[in-house]
Design a protein around this ligand. Structure first.
Ligand SMILES: [Zn+2]
Ligand SMILES: [Zn+2]
Length: 323
């Protein structure tokens, strides 16, 4: 089991695959084996199974929890930050996260149910007994034990670990404080969920999240074009090298989605939820439909800002139409 979960990526850099109870099936975290100053990137979920795989993998690499001096998390999502409290307890490490994600995470946890229900209703989403919390937290709350970060990391900062250093690049979009890490000497980039080989990362508007996340996401994607990258190490799916091609494909995906939304609004108006139902497979579980509506909403916000779409509110429900 363990050998399968470890893949050496570069001298002293290892990929460790940790199990997830839902799709995607696993999350890949990365370990810079640097003696008792080892650095872990992302944590996996706070499940016994995941921590056990991490524990055995560390041992096989010749490392232990006590050797982890720093844990850097690419973003606050449960598969990346969920075990941060447990790992800190086990290792005494410093936990680093971008401030925007820390703020969003703790603000979301403090959201009251009424605000959340009001948000769902305003976009035409059905409100039922399970819709009490934002989806990521609702589904995974049992496995999510976040810690308050010891230190915030910021765009452009270089984290120096003696033998190697990592450049922090802020890539908001998938979450407000998502970061990727660039290892200059090797041109290896650890990208979290920002750029994935097989799927496109979720970019949505959620309650408590202001702004235009899709615009931020596309800007952050654009900013990676200027980097020379030998290998992209994602959190889900195989490692890859042609980042320019994948960036292009991801842009195309969003252009197609945008065109599909515009064509459905031709001569009609709809809520974000109605649009999501017409664009995605209707047999999807409720949670997926909800997440799809958040993605559609991110597109509508971008279209609104471009002056292509307008929003009307009737009886507290937002409807969108072409401008
Ligand atoms: Zn994520
Ligand atoms: Zn993820």
């Amino acid at each position: 089991m363990t050998a399968e979960s470890i893949a050496p990526v570069y001298e002293r850099l290892f990929q460790i695959k940790l199990p997830l109870p839902i799709r995607p099936k696993g999350v890949q975290v990365y370990l810079f084996h640097n003696g008792d100053r080892s650095v872990l990137i992302d944590t996996g979920l706070s499940t016994e199974e995941s921590l056990e795989v991490l524990h055995t993998s560390l041992r096989e690499i010749g490392c232990s929890f006590a050797d982890i001096a720093v844990t850097i998390c690419t973003h606050y999502h449960p598969d990346h930050y969920g075990a941060s409290r447990r790992i800190k307890q086990l290792s005494g490490c410093e936990v680093l996260l971008h401030k925007a994600d820390s703020e969003y995470l703790f603000r979301t946890l403090l959201l009251n149910t009424n605000d959340y229900r009001k948000f769902l209703r305003s976009h035409g989403l059905p409100v039922n007994g399970t819709a009490l919390m934002p989806p990521a937290i609702r589904v995974l709350r049992d496995y999510y034990l976040p810690v308050v970060p010891d230190k915030y990391i910021a765009d452009g900062e270089t984290l120096d670990f003696g033998d190697f250093s990592l450049q922090v690049i802020w890539t908001p979009g998938h979450t407000p404080g998502h970061v990727v890490l660039y290892w200059n000497e090797t041109r290896i980039m650890i990208v979290g969920d920002h750029l994935l080989p097989d799927i496109t990362p979720h970019v949505g508007i959620h309650t408590g999240l202001e702004g235009n996340p899709l615009d931020s996401y596309l800007d952050s994607l654009e900013s990676l074009k200027g980097f020379e990258i030998a290998q992209v190490l994602p959190a889900h799916g195989p490692c890859f090298s042609d980042h320019q091609r994948r960036i292009k494909e991801t842009f195309e995906h969003h252009e197609e989605r945008q065109a599909a939304i515009v064509s459905r609004l031709d001569n009609s108006f709809a809520t974000a939820y109605e649009l999501a139902l017409s664009l995605f497979d209707q047999s999807l579980p409720d949670l997926h439909k909800e997440v799809a509506a958040y993605e559609v909403l991110a597109h509508l916000e971008l279209l609104k800002e471009k002056g292509k779409v307008q929003m009307h509110t009737r009886d507290g429900v937002n409807h969108f139409a072409l401008q």
